[in-house]
Design a protein around this ligand. Structure first.
Ligand SMILES: Cc1cc2nc3c(=O)[nH]c(=O)nc-3n(C[C@H](O)[C@H](O)[C@H](O)COP(=O)(O)OP(=O)(O)OC[C@H]3O[C@@H](n4cnc5c(N)ncnc54)[C@H](O)[C@@H]3O)c2cc1C
Ligand code: SF4
Length: 593
């Protein structure tokens, strides 16, 4: 069974059938905002400023695209084309109906949440200025120390790792995001809970240690004042809504750092501007065909040219663009295009209705559910496993954003077998309305990830949109390892294990990944890769590369990272930008537009 908007609504209807699931804001939570969102200047330029020809066009404004734009803007005449719209704090949906209304699809191409159902693996990414940073959990974590030494990486990257050059790029990234970790003094219950299950398992001999994570969140650094990039940020209210979008203005999304840098250095940023195909012309320039997505649902087509095109539309976005371009314009691309997809062994689970309170119910930019009630950012800590016999993997704490609190309460209550009187009491409290004493607030939500086999494939569906095909992904050994460790965490307390809410509540056996990776794998030639170490796309017809055509985003990773990938993607993007500038300034392309 595949999940589409209809089955999603049907699944939600299970709870609605009870006749009580509110699809607007929970009544006990006032609709007034607790914190005035900070003022934000628009970063996007008017459509009239979009010239027909550019030196550099970047497609997409996630980590790859924003970093390239920030580094290249001062040297080149550059445009960023982003299909989604610009979002500011205070505009993100925080009700169930609001989130459903922002699901992206043919009915609503400007939707923020791009949920892409597949036969085996569903993918969730963001669509808007700042890419998936708008709806992610902000964790900045290094991959395993020997990650970049693996045989999957070209020699030049392995060498850069050994020589400490990658570490310089890493420092550059961290200095822009200004990460902070949650201090124990904040007293977050879900963080302590993860510590506690990890400690118990460690004592039983499990190779696990609990660690605090660095987050791209303004926890304390800027108190309602401009950050290093001139964007006013509020301090984090610990509301737990990071993954539906921060309405407080504390999250360090790309529109608070790399994109303002790009704009100040001269980049032009165009939103609601989707690219459909890239064609290589005889004169060596690239022609882009696309459409302006209007707010009323209509669109107009456009065509542009550029000497350099950087695809940064994300793993599915960039791969889909190249698959369509190969099909429709005959662009010559290596056969490996679409292969080696990884979901980073992502798996979601919950330990439902245990004795200990967890404070996982998000309250968004509204008054908290009770005095001294704090959730924290969506993710704050990780149970980090270093098994001797297999690759590292992680289990992180998670929170339920305000919009999904009621849906989760009802859906979980219907599913989990409950025997004891205290458990039944907690469920009844949940069914009765907003309460921090209910079963949902005595539950842990876990996001696990690790190394899967990275053998999925991205294909185009009948409408020309990318989707993942990966028969039996759910039984991938890496996923099974993470799943088993999650069950062990649940078993250290007395809750019920809800494994993969996607299948439990909506049917099917699909995994959901929020970390889609690969499709345009990095390699050394067109036999074993789609791009080289500089992000240049191989041209199998010439045995060289397509001069001026690049991919720079999660699509180029050769497989699973095993940890949250945005720092890894960002390090590679800083490296690609550096090489791009060195190669093209030396070649003095600047008069060629
Ligand atoms: C709920 C959630 C939580 C997450 N939490 C974390 C975390 O805590 N830490 C972490 O490291 N990672 C996290 N991630 C993953 C992380 O955000 C992604 O790995 C990262 O954003 C990928 O960066 P990217 O540059 O490859 O693509 P994206 O950030 O996805 O950006 C791609 C951009 O391209 C645009 N685009 C696509 N197609 C087109 C087109 N045809 N024309 C124009 N524009 C286009 C998209 O709208 C988007 O803006 C999370 C993801 C989700 C969904
Ligand atoms: S916890 Fe709330 S305030 Fe803090 S970053 Fe996340 S959404 Fe923003």
């Amino acid at each position: 069974m595949t999940l589409n908007r209809r089955t999603f609504l049907k699944g939600s209807g299970t709870a609605m059938a009870l006749g009580t699931l509110p699809i607007t804001a929970p009544s006990a939570q006032a609709d007034t905002l607790a914190i005035e969102p900070p003022p934000r200047e628009s970063l996007a330029s008017a459509r009239s400023e979009l010239k027909p020809s550019w030196e550099v066009i970047i497609i997409g404004s996630g980590y790859g695209g924003s970093i390239m734009a920030a580094r290249l803007a001062e040297h080149f005449d550059l445009a960023v084309l982003e299909r989604g719209r610009e979002w500011h704090p205070g505009e993100f949906p925080d009700t169930f109906g609001g989130v459903l209304g922002e699901l992206k699809g043919s009915h609503h191409p400007l939707g923020l949440y791009d949920y892409i159902p597949g036969a085996d693996v569903d993918v969730l990414v963001g669509s808007g200025l700042g890419g998936t940073s708008l709806i992610n959990a902000n964790v900045l974590i290094d991959p395993e120390t020997d990650y970049f030494s693996g045989s999957d990486w070209p020699e030049s990257i392995r060498q850069d790792h050994q020589d400490g050059i990658l570490d310089n790029y890493r420092r550059q990234v961290l200095s822009v995001f200004h990460p902070e970790a949650i201090h124990d003094s904040k007293g977050l219950l879900k963080t302590r809970h993860l510590d506690s299950s990890s400690d118990r398992l460690h004592q039983q001999g499990s190779p696990v240690t609990s660690t605090r994570l660095n987050l791209a969140v303004n926890i304390e650094a800027f108190d309602n004042e401009p950050n290093d990039h001139g964007v006013v940020q509020r301090t984090c209210s610990l509301c737990g809504d990071c993954v539906t979008g921060c309405n407080v203005g504390a999250k360090s999304t790309l529109d608070t750092n790399y994109l303002p840098i790009a704009k100040h250095k001269g980049a032009r940023i165009f939103t609601q501007t989707q690219v459909d195909t890239v064609e290589k012309r005889a004169d060596g320039r690239y022609q882009l065909a696309g459409r302006f997505l209007n707010s009323d649902g209509s669109f107009q087509t456009f065509a542009l040219t550029a000497r350099h095109v950087i695809l940064a539309a994300g793993s599915l976005g960039s791969t889909g663009l190249l698959l369509r371009s190969r099909l429709q314009t005959g662009l010559s691309i290596p056969a490996l295009l679409g292969e080696c997809f990884s979901g980073n062994a992502d798996i979601l689970s919950a330990n439902y209705n245990q004795q200990i309170k967890t404070n996982v119910l998000g309250f968004g930019n509204h008054p908290p559910l009770a005095e001294d009630y704090r959730v924290g950012p969506t993710i704050t800590a990780a149970a980090r496993y270093h098994p001797a016999s297999s690759a590292e993997f992680l289990i992180e704490d998670a929170a339920i954003p305000r919009a999904l609190v009621d849906a989760s309460r009802y859906a979980a209550a219907l599913d989990a077998p409950q025997l004891s009187i205290p458990k039944i009491r907690r469920i009844l409290r949940d069914l009765a309305g907003t309460s921090t004493q209910g079963a949902a607030n005595h539950s842990m939500v876990y996001l696990g990830m690790g190394k899967d086999q990275s053998i999925g494939r991205i294909e185009l569906d009948a409408s020309g949109n990318p989707k993942v095909v990966w028969p039996d992904a759910k039984n991938d050994p890496g996923v099974n390892t993470v799943r088993q460790a999650m069950q062990e965490h649940t078993a250290t307390f007395d809750g019920s294990h809800i494994q993969n809410p996607r299948s439990q509540w909506f049917g099917g056996n699909n995994l959901i990944t929020v970390h889609p990776l690969g499709g345009c794998k990095i390699g050394t030639d067109s036999q074993n890769g789609v791009v080289n170490h500089k992000g240049q796309i191989f041209d199998p017809a010439s045995s060289g590369v397509h001069a001026g055509l690049y991919v720079c985003d999660g699509a180029i990773l050769p497989g699973a990272v095993g940890v949250n990938p945005m720092l890894t993607i960002s390090i590679l993007a800083e490296r690609i930008a550096d090489h791009f500038i060195r190669d093209n300034i030396q070649n003095n392309i600047q008069g060629n537009a």
